[in-house]
Design a protein around this ligand. Structure first.
Ligand code: HEC
Length: 177
């Protein structure tokens, strides 16, 4: 992986957040429940997603798949392997960076669940994504260090960063059927 690139990416997110302001404080109130797993219903509803909407849904699903792997290790369903946790976290960071390009203005229409708030509060949205990347960075470091306690804590923080954004910037729209 390219550390310099990642650092620049973080810096970019920071600058963007600073320049647009602190509209995202409310994104800090967070919840962990049901943020990861897309239900079957969701998949059915998204069959007709295309283009950039489909790309970001897939991007999100990949993030979900990675965090699931990590969660399985934390819950003892898979053997604990700090280096695998670090690798999965780094993939999440990579998906996080792709993210900004995946939300061009005007792409919040059905079947997307993207809230209009993303575009009226881009600074807050970016802040929320930055939070996810930061949590994943700490998780990667703790995994690599084999620090189980810190892995657990930063895994929780990562999960909260998902819910924190979803709660504000994702809406459940009506299903067609
Ligand atoms: C900065 C905001 C933000 C963060 C952080 C975030 N998400 Fe999302 N997520 C969204 C938005 C917005 C959508 C809806 C996208 C759409 O439908 O166009 C979404 C959709 C999803 C979906 C549904 C994908 C689909 O097929 O429709 C899953 C699964 C998901 N996110 C998982 C996660 C997980 C797991 C994390 C944390 C590790 C996370 N997200 C972090 C904003 C975020």
């Amino acid at each position: 992986m390219n550390i310099i690139k990642r650092y620049l990416g973080l810096l970019f997110v920071k600058l963007l957040t600073l320049s647009i302001g602190t509209g995202a404080i409310h994104a800090q109130s967070i919840g962990e429940k049901n943020v990861y797993s897309p239900s079957n219903k969701l998949i059915v509803a998204h069959q007709d997603a295309t283009g950039v909407i489909k790309m970001r849904m897939d991007n999100m699903k990949s993030i979900g798949a990675e965090i699931k792997k990590i969660g399985a290790m934390i819950r003892g369903k898979r053997p604990f392997d700090g280096s695998q946790i670090a690798a999965a976290s780094e993939r999440i960071i990579g998906y996080g960076y792709k993210f900004k390009k995946l939300f061009p203005e005007g792409t919040g229409k059905d079947p997307s669940q993207a809230s209009q708030k993303i575009w009226t509060d881009w600074g807050g949205f970016t802040f929320a994504m930055n939070k996810m990347v930061r949590a994943a960075t700490i998780l990667a470091e703790s995994g690599r260090a084999g620090n189980v306690g810190q892995v657990k804590a930063s895994y929780r923080a990562l999960g909260k960063s998902c819910g924190g954004c979803h709660r504000v910037y994702r809406v459940k729209k009506k299903r067609r059927r």
